[in-house]
Design a protein around this ligand. Structure first.
Ligand SMILES: O=C([O-])CC(=O)C(=O)O
Ligand SMILES: [Mg+2]
Length: 617
C-alpha cells in the first residue's frame, strides 16, 4: 500500500518532467520514497511504463544481471533473471573476458553490436573505459569491414531506413521513431563509405558507429540519437547481384530525382525534430557539397567529411607547426600538397585556406590557393595546355577517369604547371613541407615522392588520411623509414608507433572523431540554430592547442582518442561561445555558472539508476 502510494507520487513527479528519461526527484517524491530503502540516497531515477520481459529486452532499460531485488519486484521480473544481483564491475569483467575470446576484429564488432542490443548502459561503460581499443572496433577501421559485410552479419535493426519505396510517405514515417527528443541525426546515402566506395544501404553501420562516439565521446544521450540511411539505390554491382543484399536492388537515383528524395527526407525529419543537428556523412562528391550548400544556411546541419575532417586536419597541421617550433600563425609559409580532390580533399584545403585568410598573412584567397597543389586520380590539377616535356602519357593513380573539374576544384588549378604531373614530379618541383592524402587510394604516397620531400624539409608533415587502414596512402612505417624518422606523422585510421633506429616515432590519428562529438555537444547545449565555418575553425584551434610542450616535442600532436571526452568538452565550450557570439544560440546562459560546468553537467555518462514503473495513463 505504502509502496503504491509512493509509486503514484513518483509517477506524478515524473510526469511533470517530459523531456528527459532520467529524472531528478522532486522533493515530495523524495520524501515519500524514503519508504524504499534502496532508493533513499538516490538523486536520479528512470521511469518506465514497461514491465517483465519487456524491461529485460529493452536495451535502454535493461541492466542484465544488475537489477536489484526491489527493482525485480517493482518491475515484475523476479525469477526472470538469475538470482544473484551482479554489479556493473562484475558484468564488465565477464564481458571483457568474452570479448577477448573473439578472434578477429569483425567478431569483436559483432560481439559489441550484440551487447549494444542487450544493454546500452553496459555497452557505453565498456566503450568509454576502453575508448582507444574499442573505438577501433565499433568505428574506424573495423566498421568499414562491417559495412562491407553488413548484409551477412545483420542481426537486429537499429536506426531508420528511407528508401525509394518511401517517396511521398516520409513525413508519416518519421513518427515511427520511438523517441520524441532527438538531438543528433547522422545520415548517409552510402555512396562513399570511408575510402571503400559505394556500399548502398550497408552504409548503415557508419551512422551507428558515429553516433556511438557521440554518446561515448560527447556525452549525448543514447535515446537522443538517430542513425539514418537514405537508400537511393547502389551502383555496386556485387551488392546488386547478391540475393542477400538488404538494400534496394536498383541503381542510384541521380539528378533531380536524387535531390528531391533528399529534400523530402529533410523536410520530413525537420517536421518532427526541428531542433536536431543533422550530420551528413559519406556522401560522394559532388552531392556532398551540393547538399551542404543547399541546407547549411537554412537548417542546423554540417557535412562531417568536408567540415569535421577539415577541422581536424587543420588542427593537425597547426599542431605540427608548433611541434616544429613555428608559430601557428605562420601557416602561409607552408607549401602543401593534397592528394585527393573529392569532398574530403577539397574540404580540408578549404579549411586551410580559410585559416590562412583569417590569419591575414596572405594578400587574398587566391594567394592562399597558390600555396596548395591538388592532385586527383590522374595527377596534378594543372594546365592541360602546357605540353608534356618528355612526351610521356600522364600516370593514373588508378581510380578511373577524371570528370571535368567543378569551380571548387578549379581554385587549386595551377596554370603554370603541366596537367596530370605525377606526385613525384610535383614534389620535386614544389618542394612541399606538408603532404595530405585524402584519395582513398592506398599506396599513393610512393617511396620516391616521400624521399624527395624529405630532402627539402627537416620535419616533413606526412598525413595519409584515407580510411580504413588499408586505404591509407602509406603506412606509418614507410613514412618514418623514407624520412629517416624525421616525419611528423598522422593517419586517418590508427597505426601503432614505429621503432626506427632505436627511437620511438609517434603516430597520431587525425580523424573527424576528434571534432564531431564535441561540436554536437556544443550545438545541443547552446541549441544553436546553425553550424558555421567559424565553429569549425575554432574547433581546429582548440584541438591544436591541447598537446603539452613535451608531447609536441616527442611528436604527439594532440591527446589520443582515449582523451576524447576531455577534447569534446573543450570543443563544446568553444562551439557554445561561438554560437552565442554569432547570435545563433537559443539556450540562455546561466548566470554565475561557467560554460564548462554547464557542458560537464549535461554530458550523459553510463550508470545504472533505479528503475521505477509508472502506469501508462
Ligand atoms: O569515419 C571515419 O573514420 C572518418 C570519415 O568520416 C571517413 O573516412 O569518411
Ligand atoms: Mg565519413
Amino acid at each position: 500500500m505504502l509502496r503504491n502510494r509512493a509509486l503514484q507520487t513518483v509517477h506524478a513527479a515524473a510526469k511533470r518532467h517530459v523531456t528527459s528519461q532520467v529524472r531528478n526527484y522532486s522533493r515530495r517524491a523524495l520524501t515519500t520514497l524514503a519508504a524504499f530503502p534502496d532508493l533513499r540516497m538516490e538523486t536520479m531515477v528512470q521511469t518506465t511504463s514497461k514491465h517483465g520481459m519487456d524491461v529485460i529486452h529493452d536495451p535502454l532499460l535493461s541492466k542484465g544481471t544488475a537489477f536489484s531485488m526491489s527493482e525485480r519486484e517493482r518491475l515484475g521480473i523476479r525469477g526472470l533473471v538469475p538470482p544473484r544481483t551482479q554489479e556493473m564491475d562484475k558484468q564488465l569483467k565477464r564481458i571483457i573476458r568474452n570479448l577477448r575470446e573473439c578472434k578477429t576484429p569483425l567478431e569483436k564488432f559483432i560481439f559489441m553490436n550484440a551487447l549494444q542490443d542487450r544493454n546500452e548502459t553496459l555497452y557505453y561503460r565498456l566503450l568509454i573505459d576502453n575508448l582507444e581499443e574499442l573505438s577501433q572496433i565499433v568505428y574506424t577501421p573495423t566498421v568499414g569491414e562491417a559495412c562491407q559485410r553488413f548484409h551477412s552479419i545483420y542481426r537486429r535493426s537499429r536506426g531508420m531506413y528511407f528508401s525509394s519505396l518511401d517517396r511521398g510517405q516520409m513525413s508519416a514515417m518519421v513518427h515511427n521513431w520511438p523517441h520524441d527528443q532527438v538531438d543528433v541525426i547522422v545520415v548517409t546515402d552510402g555512396s562513399r563509405v570511408l575510402g571503400l566506395g559505394d556500399l548502398g544501404a550497408n552504409g548503415m553501420q557508419i551512422p551507428i558507429g558515429k553516433l556511438s562516439l557521440y554518446v561515448a565521446g560527447g556525452g549525448i544521450r543514447p535515446t537522443s540519437i538517430l542513425p539514418v540511411v537514405l537508400d537511393i539505390g547502389t551502383n555496386n554491382e556485387e551488392l546488386l547481384n547478391d540475393p542477400l543484399y538488404l538494400g534496394m536492388g536498383h541503381r542510384r537515383l541521380e539528378g533531380e530525382e536524387y535531390y528531391s528524395f533528399v529534400d523530402e527526407w529533410v523536410h520530413a525529419i525537420q517536421s518532427r525534430y526541428p531542433n536536431a543537428l543533422i550530420q551528413f556523412e559519406d556522401f560522394k562528391y559532388p552531392h556532398a557539397y551540393n547538399l551542404l550548400h543547399k541546407y547549411q544556411d537554412n537548417i542546423c546541419c554540417f557535412n562531417d567529411d568536408i567540415q569535421s575532417t577539415s577541422a581536424v586536419a587543420l588542427a593537425g597541421v597547426l599542431a605540427a607547426l608548433k611541434a616544429r617550433g613555428q608559430a601557428i600563425t605562420d601557416l602561409n609559409e607552408e607549401r602543401i600538397i593534397c592528394v585527393g580532390a573529392g569532398s574530403a580533399g577539397v574540404g580540408v584545403c578549404e579549411g586551410i585556406v580559410d585559416c590562412m585568410v583569417e590569419q591575414g598573412k596572405v594578400t587574398s584567397r587566391e594567394d592562399a590557393y597558390r600555396r596548395i597543389w591538388m592532385l586527383d586520380q590522374h595527377g596534378l590539377l594543372g594546365n592541360p595546355h602546357i605540353a608534356s616535356t618528355d612526351g610521356s602519357k600522364p600516370t593514373s593513380l588508378g581510380l578511373g577517369d577524371r570528370t571535368s573539374l567543378d569551380e571548387r576544384q578549379m581554385c587549386y588549378l595551377k596554370k603554370d604547371m603541366k596537367d596530370r604531373m605525377t606526385l613525384e614530379e610535383v614534389v620535386k618541383s614544389v618542394k612541399p613541407t606538408v603532404i595530405l592524402g585524402l584519395s582513398g587510394a592506398p599506396g599513393v604516397f610512393t617511396e620516391g615522392a616521400i624521399r624527395a620531400m624529405a630532402e627539402g624539409v627537416e620535419k616533413p608533415v606526412v598525413f595519409p588520411l584515407s580510411n580504413p587502414t588499408r586505404q591509407s596512402e602509406c603506412s606509418a612505417e614507410q613514412a618514418f623509414k623514407w624520412t629517416d624518422g624525421r616525419a611528423i606523422f598522422a593517419s586517418g585510421s590508427p597505426f601503432k608507433d614505429v621503432e626506427y633506429n632505436g627511437k620511438t616515432c609517434k603516430v597520431n590519428q587525425i580523424n573527424n572523431v576528434m571534432s564531431f562529438p564535441g561540436l554536437g555537444l556544443g550545438i545541443t547545449v547552446s541549441r544553436a540554430s546553425r553550424v558555421t565555418s567559424k565553429m569549425f575553425m575554432e574547433t581546429a584551434i582548440t584541438i591544436a592547442n591541447m598537446a603539452s610542450e613535451d608531447q609536441l616535442k616527442s611528436g604527439i600532436l594532440f591527446p589520443g582518442v582515449s582523451a576524447l571526452r576531455e577534447i569534446s568538452k573543450e570543443v563544446a565550450v568553444r562551439v557554445c561561445e561561438v554560437a552565442h557570439e554569432q547570435g545563433l544560440a537559443r539556450a540562455q546562459l546561466r548566470q554565475g555558472v561557467s560554460l564548462k560546468n554547464i557542458i560537464e553537467e549535461s554530458m550523459w555518462s553510463p550508470h545504472y539508476v533505479p528503475l521505477i514503473r509508472i502506469s501508462q495513463d
